[in-house]
Design a protein around this ligand. Structure first.
Ligand code: F6P
Length: 503
């Protein structure tokens, strides 16, 4: 019997995300299966493969329709099918306004507390609402919500739970918000804040990465509505229902990363990387990011420039490798990050580079998982300098890949991962360039025993709080909330009332 059958009785698990785990793309007339690089889909696909059920997502591939049945469904994973992927077709106008518009030019900057980048436009909101309804209707076409556990992922679906609840009051809905939840002052800058909160409160269980984001959310609810909120136990009473709000720090498949980093495949990948990019310096640092303004890449480059200025002995001996992936590039702010980062890399390389040494190696080619594992393993440190980040899994991937001489985690205090890992990292503030440069120097000077002393607890924390632990704690909480809800419903029909506590 599958995990979900054990935990949810006969209810089927329906996972809903914007990105699909498998995209059918037409390449040179042939249809190929592409797996998106995003952390969300790769983390949740193994879970769906083991539990079964349905995954509902935007069918973004130009070969998707051809490979799906008349309901938009295809069995996946392609190599050993075990669950249904239901693709939701979106028009170009919906993609522009719901995905590039409201999701990524209003909610994304707002949740990362960068209100100056928010561009709320009526058409963004209109399409966001309409597309959320479209997804909710697609879910209802596929399953009866009163016989399912519907698990929404992320900020693309703040309104869909409300639509489901309106149509089916008995539905069990839950949502995990993969990015930060901001403070009340920031949320208020969004004209639609009441509708957003109301949509999310149509869930039965709401998850965030950290306690801080839960606290921010509960505070926002308390200020926006005249309703009962229990900060200690983490619940809200809203429209006669109780909504549990809890933190579930997302992890990675640490064991898989560790094995990959120690594999001969990684050894071979390292040889070829070293040759291709001339990575011959004694010391290496690495950064791995989507080209997103929240990642603080420009701030990191400023700190590196200061380091080579202030500590000239680090020239010729220390190289920084920036692995960058293009992201949401139809949005001007993302184009600007790409342009700024590439021009800053060029300028810094012109300033300090010599005939035999390039200070910054910029890689925007695709790297295989083995090559990435090798790059992490061989680097003396990782630089994570986000200005705001829900969790940041790069920090965890680096730690899990330290199978040899341990490297140093240099971590911004503004990322969710700092809550659990900050104690053993070198903490930086991305905007304090001088101190950031000194921190890189400190990491370069750190002796092996201190590096090992820090890496041991980091490794233990990343391995213990891995993706499996995350999945189990979310599903266990969901199963508790569901059984409490069913008991309450039963008692209500027999006329007795129940007190809600968080045991
Ligand atoms: O961190 C939030 C997130 O939506 C992830 O879930 C995802 O992997 C990443 O951003 C990339 O986003 P997009 O789907 O817009 O490329």
């Amino acid at each position: 019997m599958s995990d979900t059958a054990l935990q949810f009785g006969n209810r089927e698990l329906v996972l809903v995300s914007n990105r699909e785990p498998y995209v059918h793309e037409r390449v040179d007339g042939e249809i190929q299966v592409v797996r998106p690089t995003g952390g969300l889909t790769s983390a949740l696909d193994p879970m769906m493969a083991s539990t079964g059920g349905t995954w509902v997502a935007w069918g973004s591939g130009d070969g998707d329709d051809e490979m799906s049945d008349e309901d938009g469904c295809v069995r996946v994973p392609p190599e050993s099918p075990s669950y249904d992927l239901k693709r939701v077709s979106l028009t170009d106008e919906q993609v522009q306004n719901y995905y590039y518009g409201y999701s990524n030019q209003v909610l994304w900057p707002m949740c990362h507390s960068d209100t100056a980048k928010m561009t709320p436009k009526p058409e963004f909101w209109e399409h966001y609402r309409e597309t959320n309804e479209h997804f909710a209707d697609a879910i209802r076409e596929q399953v009866d919500p009163s016989e399912a556990v519907i698990w929404f992922q992320d900020y693309h679906f703040a309104l869909a739970p409300r639509r489901i609840r309106e149509e089916c009051p008995d539905a069990f809905c839950m949502q995990f918000w993969h990015i930060p939840w901001p403070s009340w002052d920031v949320l208020q800058s969004c004209p639609e804040y009441e509708e957003l909160l109301d949509g999310l409160l149509a869930n039965d269980l709401l998850g965030f990465h950290t306690d801080r984001y839960c606290e921010n959310f509960l505070d926002c609810v308390e200020r926006a509505f005249d309703t009962e909120v229990d900060h200690e136990a983490g619940w809200v009473r809203y429209e006669g229902r109780t909504i549990q709000v809890e933190s579930f720090p997302l992890g990675i498949d640490a064991a898989e990363r560790r094995q990959l980093a120690g594999s001969t495949e990684a050894d071979d990948a390292w040889e070829s990387l070293r040759e291709t990019y001339a990575l011959d310096a004694d010391r290496l640092a690495v950064g791995v990011d989507r080209l997103d303004y929240t990642k603080g890449i420009e701030q990191r480059l400023a700190a590196l420039e200061r380091l080579w200025e202030k500590y000239p002995e680090r020239r010729e001996t220390f190289t920084y490798v920036q692995k960058a992936s293009e992201s949401r590039s139809q949005i001007d702010d993302y184009q600007r990050v790409k342009e700024n980062v590439t021009s800053e890399v060029e300028r810094i390389n012109d300033r300090f580079g010599t005939a035999t040494w390039q200070p910054i190696v910029y890689i925007d080619d695709h790297l295989s998982p083995a090559a990435l594992a090798a790059l992490y393993r061989e680097s003396d440190m990782v630089l994570v300098s986000s200005l705001r980040d829900g969790m940041n899994l790069v920090a965890k991937e680096f730690v899990a890949s330290q199978v040899d001489d341990p490297g140093v985690l240099v971590l911004s205090e503004l990322v969710g991962a700092h809550e659990a890992l900050g104690e053993w990292a070198i903490t930086v503030h991305p905007n304090d360039t001088e101190a950031f440069a000194d921190s890189i120097e400190e990491a370069l000077e750190m002796d092996e025993s201190e590096r090992a002393n820090r890496m041991e607890p980091l490794r233990a924390s990343v391995e213990e709080n891995d993706i499996e632990a995350w999945k189990n704690s979310v599903l266990q909480s969901a199963s508790k909330v569901l059984s409490r809800k069913e008991t309450t419903a039963q008692r209500d029909t027999t006329g007795t009332t129940t007190e809600y506590t968080n045991e």
